[in-house]
Design a protein around this ligand. Structure first.
Ligand code: DGL
Length: 276
């Protein structure tokens, strides 16, 4: 049985920038007793076009930083970092660690009826074939088709969530998945839940969208419970329940964060992540 104080420690959540806030938001909704320390690597984003070695090195630095914040568990809230760095990070720490890829892959494998699953994500995530590997561990017969959609991240960050430009680009990216006749589509990048309406409209009612951000929060709750680490009560009134750190441009991060998270984000602090 863990000491109460230990269970009340925060969960560390990190991403290459703002995208992982879609994961933090799900954790806030599903396990509101939990405190969160969020780190967004705004100085070095994007990860999606970088090499495995670089993304792994960045992720290791962030995990070292989060450990200085006395976190009880870490969520890798970035699909690209989850695709590349999980093995290395598992070696680095001895607290529970969870990425976004496995939970999304599991639900997609359980969801598809016609055995045709699509995955959209960054070049890194799609190139790694990681979603396909996890799905095949559960259902080897499923046909998994990946499609990198590199323009979605800047469109989302420009706020063009519902816009003719986004419609046009999404139609082009998604046409081959429509032609294949997938019945399940994984939104395999942190930003994509923010354009799920557009993606859903283009794919049509016959396609179920899987949101790894949502599924990760479900799995995190189960993981914390399994380790007897669920916080038993909400943080005390006035306590800073959610803390945000970035590697650059804290004000810009704060503006974006406040546009997607309803709890007022009072401050985001810049830290020198290269030093960790
Ligand atoms: N957070 C990244 C992901 O989910 C998208 C943004 C980036 O390329 O860094 O893969």
């Amino acid at each position: 049985m863990e000491a109460l104080e230990y269970r009340e420690r925060p969960v560390g959540v990190f991403d290459s920038g703002v995208g992982g806030l879609t994961v933090a938001r799900e954790i806030m909704r599903q396990i509101p007793n939990e405190k969160i320390v969020y780190f967004g690597d705004t100085a070095r984003v994007p990860y999606g076009s970088k090499s495995r070695e670089t993304v792994t090195r960045f992720s290791e630095q962030i995990v070292r930083f989060l450990q200085t914040q006395q976190v009880k568990a870490i969520v890798v809230a970035c699909n690209t970092a989850s695709a590349y760095a999980m093995d290395a990070l598992e070696k680095e720490i001895d607290i529970p660690l969870i990425g976004v890829v496995k939970p999304g892959a599991k639900v997609a494998a359980e969801t598809t009826k016609n055995g045709r699953v699509g995955v959209i994500g960054t070049e890194g995530t799609i190139g790694s074939g990681i979603y396909s590997s996890y799905i095949h561990q559960i259902r080897p017969e499923v046909q998994v088709t990946g499609k990198a959609c590199p323009l979605f991240v800047p469109l989302v960050e420009e706020g063009l969530w519902e816009d003719p430009v986004t419609d046009e680009i999404a139609s082009r990216y998604l046409s081959e998945l429509i032609d294949i006749g997938i019945d399940t589509l994984i939104l395999g990048c942190t930003h994509y839940p923010l354009i799920r309406k557009t993606v859903g409209r283009i794919m049509g009612d016959g396609v179920t969208l899987v949101n790894p951000a949502y599924e990760t929060a479900v799995e995190l709750k189960a993981l914390l419970s399994e380790h007897n680490l669920l916080s038993p009560s909400p943080p005390a009134l006035g306590e800073n329940r959610y803390r945000f750190y970035v590697s650059d441009a804290a004000e810009k991060f704060k503006r974006f964060a406040n546009s997607i998270i309803k709890y007022g984000i009072l401050s985001a602090k810049t830290i020198p992540i290269e030093e960790y």
